[in-house]
Ligand binder design. Sequence first.
Ligand code: ADP
Ligand code: MN
Ligand code: MN
Ligand code: MN
Length: 332
Amino acid sequence: MTYLAEYIWIDGQKPTAKLRSKTKVIHDGDEMPIWAFDGSSTEQALGGESDRVLNPVKVVPDAIRGGDNVLVLCEVLNVDMTPHESNTRVAAVAALEKYGDQEPWFGIEQEYTFYKDGRPHGWPIGGYPAPQGGYYCGIGADEIWGRDIVEDHTWACISAGLNISGTNAEVMIGQWEFQIGPVDTVAAGDEVWLARWLLYRIAEDYDISATLDPKPVTGDWNGAGMHTNFSTRAMREGWDPIIAACEALGEKAEEHVANYGAGIERRLTGMHETAPWSEYSYGVSDRGASVRIPWMVDRDRKGYIEDRRPNANADPYVVAALMTETVCSKLA
Ligand code: ADP
Ligand code: MN
Ligand code: MN
Ligand code: MN
């Protein structure tokens, strides 16, 4: 049987990389081959030596095309098979190799905003909708825009075998969230990037785009984050490692914020359920802290913590690698 493989990769755009993909027709009996692309069109090469290599790292069923078709998540290599400098996955693999014995788990909350005709989906032409307050987890055509896309996306993620754990409408109209996890340091990146690709691709069919802009509308409107929930086996078993993890993140706060997505100071203002980007804090149930300890974790004296700082446009490989390194090196 001949089928289609959609090769998906992350480009070299700065400060925020974007997804690319192209289709390969695969004939019966063929292996899933490494493939190549024009790196000079993706900010991953100069024209004179433009070939870059797509190395498949995860193959999943493609619910959009159905049948035997697949999605192929790739990492980008140079022609000598060394990782390209834009390849952030290698750091996640290294962190997991180093600290895998601590069993790091991630739960990633990916927020995003639908756009149609150049404005957030559901926003009136040339004006503003009613102030936020009723939209979070809302119901009804006056508050909810894009639910069909969200439903299709959820099922596409499930069909692809991704560990999607939930979705919800967000505080700003047109804004939504899906959660991936718990999964390990490498899978966190693989699955969030694949789920992002599926979101963009499915929204295409509705003539709607999805953006990860961390602050799509300035003023009294919530930004979009990528809250990152994290635990190790020790944190899942006791309280002291929970506090040690919060303290470890505080010691490296500057490095973390610098790696949590472009434009983070536009979103972490201290308003709209954020802590100021320049001041680290942690607390139980505190949505105004950098890192929140969920109330049931406080009650059970074990569990996980939520780093609320990463932007929606953060690279989950970078965030997961850094958190693994920072926390696990202290808990070791
Ligand atoms: P919030 O209350 O902040 O909106 P969500 O319910 O949206 O939280 O997301 C919580 C995420 O944390 C989910 O993806 C969930 O799978 C994940 N999670 C649950 N337990 C753990 C754990 N022990 N370690 C890491 N992540 C976890
Ligand atoms: Mn959430
Ligand atoms: Mn949210
Ligand atoms: Mn959250």
